[in-house]
Design a protein around this ligand. Structure first.
Ligand code: MG
Length: 383
């Protein structure tokens, strides 16, 4: 039995995690639920799972919930409440699925308190990969990927030894704008952007997926998770999202993990590893899936991928600056304040200005995040 804290329980991954938990009541016990502001949904989740503790980081939302809730679950508020939840004694595994950089500190605290991590929050590794991986080693906890591509690589790596790996091949759906030219992207709308062809995800990651920034973040995530140099990580576009990623070994053999594009599978595997649980999710029908195609990513139209990978190669605080600029630009786009193509311009501007700090400590990461956000805001308000 895993005693689990779900950080980000009202988001897309959080909700699907609770479906997985509901399907495996003898294997996964939800002890803590944490969300940002959605008090209504969190209350429903409390009724359904009866956790020991529930947190809303937004103080007003927490106050609303406290004023009407009279059950046994302890209700906490704010960032302190979140840190208490992430380090709670009754929990052995923390599912980190908060969106963006905000996931870093609670995840790090959970690691320091000996919790195993099921990681859905890739920004944590992008912003502070060396610090997080050092903490994982020092505190001897496991860090299991939830991201579908990384779950696929994690599963495929079991087909050989680490020194036999020639390269990791991360697949990308290409998103809703696959095939569009740079000029055609000038006029795309938020509504078009949020229509992902295969995956049902939160808004931030859906925009990231359309710009290929998400794939850039995933290359950096893979570098840290699997201790793999950037030269050994490739990206290939695979519009059907059936092959979730692959590992090529030095004899030329390629092992792929396949399945329907359903996040519940990698979520469940993060809990079940090294075993596999039965489930009633949809099964892959190869005849229905039909033709599987692969093509090179278009880094001319979607430069965020190559910029992210270059930031990853240079290391230090640069990936953190990339991430902060991207987050701020994506939220401005989601708020209708900027054009789609302004996202990449903001990233380019902030990354070019950044003074890189190699071998950063946590304070350097925090300073970089704040400075890059300020630089992004300044640029965004000049548009
Ligand atoms: Mg992914």
């Amino acid at each position: 039995m895993k005693n689990v804290a779900v950080l980000g329980s009202t988001g897309s991954i959080g909700k699907q995690t609770l479906e997985v938990a509901a399907a495996n009541p003898d294997k996964i016990k939800i002890k803590v639920l944490a969300a940002h502001v959605n008090d209504k949904l969190l209350e429903e989740q409390i009724e359904a799972f009866k956790p020991d503790m529930a947190v809303l980081t937004d103080e007003k939302a927490a106050q609303r919930l406290k004023s009407r809730y009279s059950g046994q679950t302890k209700i906490l508020a704010g960032r302190e409440g979140l840190l208490e939840a992430a380090t709670y004694d009754g929990v052995d595994t923390v599912l980190a699925s908060m969106v963006g950089y905000a996931g870093l500190l609670p995840t790090l605290e959970a690691i320091k308190h000996g919790k195993d991590i099921a990681l859905a929050n890739k920004e944590t590794l992008v912003a502070a990969g060396s610090i997080v991986m050092d903490a994982v080693k020092k505190h001897n906890v496991s860090l299991t990927p939830v991201d579908s591509e990384h779950s696929a690589i994690f599963q495929s790596l079991q087909g050989g030894k680490k020194d036999e790996v020639k390269r990791l091949i991360i697949t990308a759906s290409g998103g809703p704008f696959l095939g569009k030219t740079k000029a055609e992207l000038e006029d795309v709308t938020l509504e078009q952007c949020l229509k992902h062809p295969n995956w049902s995800m939160g808004k931030k990651i859906t925009v990231d997926s359309s710009t290929l920034a998400n794939k850039g973040l995933e290359v950096i995530e893979a570098h840290w998770l699997f201790d793999m140099p950037y030269d050994k990580i490739d990206v290939v576009v695979h519009p059907q999202s059936i092959v979730h990623s692959m590992v090529e070994f030095n004899d030329g053999s390629v092992i792929a993990q396949m399945g329907l594009p359903d996040m519940r599978l990698p979520i469940q595997y993060a809990f079940s590893y090294p075993e596999r649980y039965n489930n009633a999710f949809g099964q892959l029908d190869f005849v229905k899936a039909g033709t599987l195609t692969f093509l090179a990513p278009d880094t001319e139209a979607f430069p965020a991928l190559k910029i992210a990978v270059e930031c990853g190669r240079q290391g230090g605080t640069l990936p953190c600056a990339f991430n902060a600029a991207n987050e701020e630009a994506v939220y401005a786009f989601l708020d209708g304040k900027i054009k789609y193509t302004d996202i990449i311009k903001t990233i380019e501007h902030v990354v070019a200005k950044h003074q890189n700090v190699l071998q950063p400590v946590l304070e350097d990461i925090e300073n970089t995040d704040a400075a890059a956000r300020a630089a992004a805001h300044e640029y965004l308000s000049s548009l």
